[in-house]
Ligand binder design. Structure first.
Ligand SMILES: C[S@@+](CC[C@H](N)C(=O)[O-])C[C@H]1O[C@@H](n2cnc3c(N)ncnc32)[C@H](O)[C@@H]1O
Length: 306
């Protein structure tokens, strides 16, 4: 099994969750590309040591995350992620749908609006499941389960018509195991949609906006990409916090291979761009152009092979 990547001591993200997605001035000096030449890890294998929900940190930040996302989702949820999720998943009336790593349940109201017959929300954080339970306590179609998405469980019982995993592919330590559980949860022919931070352009601490004064363009600088990384994220740095969650960066081939090897055939791969635009100013044109060139999220639709 590949060894977990070594952590750099004191290596912490200064960005908040989902921070830095919009046009931004250059971030300076984050290492040297020449040092990272060991090449990609073998694909389709778990690259990171398993962690409990407690160790992953989501339970500790559940209150903050619930507030950030609220009933209708963060800015990116509302404008980009949720519309794409619903369009790609295309849930039908009466269907049974799994929301894996559901968090506090941001996708669930849209599934209920689409008149699905049943939603099972699964998440490793008891506190986030508690928040979701409070939201949907009167909704008989919703079942919420505290469970590890990377381990077999009664929820992965082959009964679901469709499944979604929104903004969590990079939060699980063992993606191949999670993909196998998704396949186990679906009926043959069942649909799966995953939306996650774009692995090529959105790597915390390792991808940044820069400004080229000569060409008047905003560029995206990527310092590290090809080697999986375990990156601690400080969730709310400006608020006296210091709680960290772990972001698992994997090269895009490793992510897609995890789905394919689990028997989830990829039918659509869409790159999702930010809806945000710069304020008028000398850099606005260059910044807005960059926003249309560099996607923020990757969305993948799959079908479970029989
Ligand atoms: C960024 S949040 C996304 C939550 C929700 N889907 C949303 O879009 O708001 C990532 C979620 O993944 C969950 N998670 C991380 N690792 C998990 C695991 N191994 N099993 C189940 N859930 C996990 C966390 O508890 C957290 O709720």
């Amino acid at each position: 099994m590949p060894q977990p990547p070594r952590k750099r001591p004191g290596y912490k993200s200064k960005q908040s969750w989902q921070g830095g997605h919009g046009p931004r001035r250059e971030d300076q000096g984050q290492g040297s590309a020449g040092r990272f030449s060991s090449g990609p890890k073998p694909q389709g294998k778990p690259a990171f040591a398993r962690k409990s929900a407690q160790e992953q940190g989501w339970d500790q930040v559940a209150g903050w995350y619930d507030k950030l996302v609220g009933d209708k989702g963060s800015d990116y949820h509302r404008n980009v992620i949720l519309p794409a999720a619903m369009r790609l998943l295309a849930p039908k009336a009466g269907e049974k749908v799994l929301d894996l790593c559901c968090g506090q349940g941001v996708l669930i109201p849209l599934l209920l609006e689409a008149k699905v017959g049943r939603v099972t929300g699964v998440d490793a954080s008891p506190r986030l499941i508690e928040s979701a339970s409070a939201r949907f306590r009167n909704e008989k179609r919703v079942e919420l389960v505290v469970a590890d998405a990377c381990a077999p469980g009664p929820w992965a019982d082959g009964s679901n018509d469709a499944a979604a995993c929104i903004m969590a592919v990079h939060d699980v330590p063992d993606l191949p195991a999670m993909a196998r559980q998704v396949a186990a949860a679906l009926k043959p022919g069942g649909r799966f949609v995953a939306i996650f931070m774009h692995p090529c352009f959105r790597i915390p601490q390792q991808a940044h906006w820069g400004w080229d004064e000569g060409r008047k363009l905003q560029y995206r600088r990527v310092d590290r990409y090809g080697v999986p990384q375990e990156i601690p994220i400080v969730t709310h740095p400006g608020q006296g916090g210091g709680d960290t969650t772990t972001f698992y960066h994997r090269p895009v081939g490793e992510v897609l291979t995890a789905f394919g090897q689990a028997g989830l055939a990829i039918t659509v791969c869409e790159e999702l761009f930010s809806h945000r635009r710069s304020q008028p100013g000398p850099r606005a044109k260059g910044e807005n152009r960059a926003v249309k060139e560099f996607p923020v999220f990757l969305a993948v639709s799959c079908v479970r092979l029989s």
